[in-house]
Design a protein around this ligand. Structure first.
Ligand SMILES: Nc1ncnc2c1ncn2[C@@H]1O[C@H](COP(=O)(O)OP(=O)(O)O)[C@@H](O)[C@H]1O
Ligand SMILES: [Mg+2]
Length: 360
């Protein structure tokens, strides 16, 4: 049995604004096992970052964790004292962000900053920390680490800064590293290098990772398991291979359609999902994806969202329709309609239970 490191149960994080309550995280339950790599995917605004910040109790004002439990090795994070939570951040869990420049101090040498991260948590004495910095930079494959330790952040390239941030994140040997869009600001080649690095570190150090991204291709190359978020909720979860081969929620299916596959030549053009995720202060009734769903049926618009149900081995999804119930013609029609409304109209495919096609 794998050891559960982090258990998040029915987490609700809300923003109290003049426009009303924004349900940024709306009843999220998931876990991370020791040493595993979990992907958290969804478009921008789906609650990924707020889920991560909730785990560290760093939700910005006017946001608040309103209910739920966050257990780390069985300890309740939401009940930790200020001192305990400081200890927890960095020592147990470290987080790296999208833009390393905003998290690095521009006037302090890289090496010194990593050193400070270590001594702040009192795990290492200053002398010990200094010795470890070069070792850490080498571990994240910063070339000429002995001299570059004295560089300032602006002397590092984007990719090297992200490596330095990862070194800082790893400096206190956390058992969980949360990486929030760690490669989004980087160009494709450097992205691949950082993902490769994270994969190696996971293997070498056994650090569990939670990779937050809107990019399914990154999940495929790094993660074992994936959680798909939409509008503050988990809509599907399962082993990466299964989710890629047999997504059951139409949102997952749509996300996968908008990702280039490296392992197969694509017949159909890449498309993005039509429309935008809902405003979380005023989401649509029923399933929150229904206004954008190519397979929507009446029930999706009126009934409360279904709960997550088992759709495969260790795979769950929250959907009244499920992709396995959609005919091939239905899928083809949805693809066609995503490309062009006219094309879909011409198909006149018998789509099971689907009214119209793709709401086009
Ligand atoms: N400062 C804020 N004030 C009000 N709402 C916010 C604030 N920050 C985030 N939100 C809400 O939380 C939702 C989730 O945000 P976030 O977790 O950052 O999304 P993601 O990381 O998936 O892009 C957003 O759609 C937005 O509605
Ligand atoms: Mg985010």
């Amino acid at each position: 049995m794998p050891q559960t490191l982090l258990q998040v149960e029915d987490l609700h994080t809300q923003f109290f604004t003049s426009r009303g309550v924004v349900r940024a995280v709306d009843g999220v339950t998931f876990h991370v096992d020791a040493g595993e790599t979990l992907g958290v995917v969804g478009e921008s605004g789906c609650g990924k970052t707020m889920t991560a910040l909730s785990i560290l109790r760093l939700v910005p004002d006017p946001g608040k964790i309103t209910s739920g439990r966050i257990l780390f090795r069985g300890r309740e994070v939401t009940k930790m004292t200020d001192e305990e939570i400081r200890d927890f951040r960095g020592n147990d869990v470290a987080m790296i962000f999208q833009d390393p420049m905003t998290s690095l101090n521009p006037v302090t040498k890289i090496g010194r900053q990593i050193e400070e991260a270590m001594t702040a948590h009192e795990r290492f004495t200053e002398t010990l920390a200094r010795g470890r910095v070069i070792e850490l930079l080498k571990r994240v494959r910063v070339p000429a680490a002995e001299s570059r330790v004295n560089d300032y952040p602006h002397q590092f390239s984007g990719g090297m800064r992200q490596r330095a941030m990862i070194a800082m994140g790893l400096s206190n040997e956390p058992s969980l590293l949360i990486a929030d869009e760690p490669t989004t600001a980087l160009d494709v080649t450097v992205q691949a290098q950082i993902i490769q690095l994270m994969k190696q570190l996971n293997r070498e150090l056994g650090t569990a990772m939670m990779l937050i991204t809107h990019n399914m291709a990154l999940v495929a190359s790094l993660c074992q398991r994936v959680v798909v978020m939409y509008a503050g909720r988990i809509v599907e979860e399962g082993p990466v291979e299964q989710i890629f081969n047999s997504p059951q929620h139409p949102y997952t299916w749509s996300l996968l359609r908008s990702v280039p596959r490296v392992d197969e030549a694509r017949k159909d053009r890449l498309v993005s999902i039509r429309g935008l995720p809902p405003d979380l202060s005023n989401p649509p009734p029923g399933c929150k994806f229904h206004p954008r769903c190519p397979f929507v049926i009446d029930k999706c618009k009126t009934d409360p969202e279904p709960s997550l149900s088992e759709v495969g081995v260790n795979q769950v999804a929250r959907c009244w329709v499920l992709m396995r119930n959609v005919t091939e013609e239905g899928v083809e029609a949805a693809k066609a309609s995503a490309l062009s409304k006219d094309a879909a109209a011409k198909l006149k495919a018998p789509v099971m239970e689907v009214e119209g096609n793709a709401g086009g």
